[in-house]
Design a binder for this molecule. Sequence first.
Ligand SMILES: Cc1ncc(COP(=O)(O)O)c(C=O)c1O
Length: 424
Amino acid sequence: MDMTFENTAEFARQLDATDPLASYREQFHFPSIKGKQVIYFTGNSLGLQPKRTAAYVEEIMEDWRQLAVEGHFYADKPWWDYHERLAAPLSKVVGAKPSEITVMNTLTVNLHLLMVSFYRPTKKRYKILCEEKAFPSDQYMFQSQIKFHGLDVSDTLVEVKKRDGEHYWRTEDILAKIDEVGDELALVLLGGVNYYNGQVFDMETITRAGKAVGAYVGWDLAHAVGNVELALHEWDADFAAWCSYKYMNSGPGNASGVYIHERYHGRTDIPRFEGWWGTKKETRFLMQPQFDPMENADAWQVSNAPVLALAPYLASLEMFEEVGMPALIAKRDLIVNYLEFILKEIDREVDSNFEIITPKERGTQLSVFLHGEGRTLFDYLMEHGVITDWREPNVIRLAPAPFYCSFEDMYRFGQILKKGIRET
Ligand SMILES: Cc1ncc(COP(=O)(O)O)c(C=O)c1O
């Protein structure tokens, strides 16, 4: 629905008054700067803490105090299979079956573990396709995996480039590259939403194309989960992993979710780095030497569940269950469109030049190139209560998370930005 926006406090407040998610803002802890609640744009980096999270963590602390080792089996939420509670709500967020989801470790670790299963280069089929300037951790992961297999990085890693003068990747260029590499392509692994420009890739089309040439297709969903609509099972993606600390609001450095398509469950011909939490629950404590895998994605589990990390994730997933992705996406579209409108208005009012480098295929992030403005403006924003982030050479990333950002925040941000440009 197209709406005629206005750059006024009244209009922004009106949008807040009709926002079905408005009450959730109160359910998060906001930092303050100089005694004033901040305008928080960095939910794409670290989501705010939900107020209910502390109770989930305290529940584990209390069980640990009262039950000690018995908490594994006799806590209200027993620790030994605590991770299983996350699978069903998370499956709805990423569009998968609960059996295809598990939560363990952290993101880069999980991508490495998944590459053990899904990157098995042969003499002929050994190349990996990703986007140029993928998130650095992914680049290091690719390079180290390639070296681990004794291959040459420059010959193995195929990076799809943006066109000269453009800030985004064209789907047709990715598809053309997939076709070009063809039967040499072992794996397609991209970020579902790019961390720098906020672009949402056409995951369905790219997955189909990668699989059509016989490659495995996986997704790093760090910036996609809880932000954009995902249908991993329907798209037939082979695997995916994501962190929980951005839009999933589960705390710094926290546990990572994993999706593995059900066709790989119970297969003995797929290599995997294994540990005791991947074995069948019924026989796990018989302490037998042979590995007897769980029949779902939990077979990829390695160590016993880090429940103190899982508790905040469970608290957050309860909120996603209450609200649902469609409502979050509806607010996301409205708030990001309003933010874009405000930016354009300010750009007209001041002697400056912003360029929104995020393409129209976007989630909640707008990356803004500040031509002529520099770090001083960024510092001004921070000092005046706007938490955003800076990416070299001259980009600020603004991600109004629909769970807790308000339309009035967008208006107020515009006013601070305008003053900042004039004063710095
Ligand atoms: C796209 C992407 N991939 C990987 C990572 C690395 O995550 P971790 O440090 O949890 O392994 C991040 C972290 O922000 C990311 O944004």
